[in-house]
Design a protein around this ligand. Structure first.
Ligand code: FAD
Length: 297
């Protein structure tokens, strides 16, 4: 697929809300086939893009490139490669970015990355995503569309919302084109955050990260494990009501909850819905169908 002739994601967002999915690469010793089957299912709903995570210092380093290459070659949608500052140095970053361009990958989600346990800082040339965004703009001009991360409930390391939002503004000012958010089950809190960032002069489109509610332990772990995200009262109530359900009944109730939440996000006029697929197509596709997001073009 030649992405350069097609509209970029921020260009599409000027006209309508985008629909997209996130996948993650399997570990190095695992086959790619199951993920390819997931991608084939996700293509059926014509997403605007599919992003692939970058395993900073993990067991799947480098595999994101294989996945993004395969998405680009499919011609079905735009691939977005995540890329982090963890252990990344200027010359190697340039090599990887040149490879991306040669493979038709021109959308990057630029991140600092999660600092591996026991590390001080990123052990790379850049300590924050804003610095890496600035570097890519300086080196590549407008060849890349750059997305940046944001945490609507405040990044866990930031002391205050004001401080975190000032850092988000730095990422925009360094050249980011749109925001992809962390999961956020607190839609009212999200609305307050959106108002705050707009007042702070952050005007680029916001793509909301939607983590489907499918399993109670995963929700609790994802919110409280490392992200510092809240479980709002209606979600707490839903989990309690279905706490002892068998997994399939909980999943049904969770999908219903997620659909309602997605409608609330749509009512806020967000520019995109980005579903964390967790490499399982069926649940996210069911949610998209129930939200009327399929055949929407
Ligand atoms: P930054 O923007 O650098 O911010 C990190 C912290 O530093 C914040 O508290 C911020 O307020 C503060 N800060 C920023 N700039 C400055 C400054 N100049 N001076 C002082 N403090 C500053 N991780 C992965 O490893 N791989 C992935 O593929 C991946 N994908 C993700 C996708 C999405 C949509 C999101 C939301 C997160 C993803 N993450 C991924 C996790 C992400 O790397 C972590 O949330 C990480 O802790 C912060 O990344 P960031 O890009 O927001 O960092």
């Amino acid at each position: 697929m030649n992405n350069e002739k097609k509209p970029t994601i921020p260009e599409i967002m000027k006209h309508r809300m985008t629909l997209s999915f996130e996948v993650f690469p399997p570990k190095q010793d695992k086959p790619l086939d199951p993920l390819m089957e997931v991608l084939d299912k996700l293509y059926t709903v014509e997403p605007d893009f599919i992003s692939c995570t970058y395993g900073a210092g993990g067991t799947n380093v480098g595999r994101h490139m294989e996945i993004c290459k395969s998405i680009a070659e499919s011609g079905k949608t735009i691939p977005i490669s995540h890329f982090t500052c963890i252990g990344s140095h200027r010359e190697d970053i340039k090599k990887q970015m040149d490879t991306c361009l040669s493979l038709g990958i021109n959308h990057i989600l630029v991140l600092r990355g999660d600092i591996p346990e026991g590390w001080e800082g990123t052990r790379g040339d850049f300590q924050h995503a804003s610095e890496l965004i600035g570097f890519l703009r300086e080196e590549y001009g407008d060849k890349f569309v750059l997305s940046m991360a944001a945490a609507p409930e405040k990044h866990i390391e930031a002391a205050t919302f004001a401080e975190d939002i000032a850092h988000l503004k730095m990422k925009q000012d360094s050249g980011a084109d749109f925001i992809t958010t962390q999961l956020c089950y607190d839609v009212q809190g999200f609305e307050r955050w959106l108002d705050k960032i707009r007042k702070a002069g952050i005007y680029i489109p916001v793509d909301v990260g939607i983590m489907p509610v499918l399993n109670k332990n995963s929700v609790i772990k994802m919110c409280l494990g490392t992200n510092g995200c809240s479980i709002p009262q209606p979600l707490a109530e839903m989990i309690s009501k279905h706490y002892n359900d068998d997994p399939e009944d909980f999943r049904k109730a969770g999908i219903e909850y997620t659909v309602k939440m997605v409608y609330e996000y749509m009512a806020l006029g967000v520019q995109g819905l980005h579903f964390y697929s967790l490499n399982k197509a069926d649940a996210v596709l069911e949610i998209c169908k129930d939200c009327g997001l399929i055949y929407r073009k």
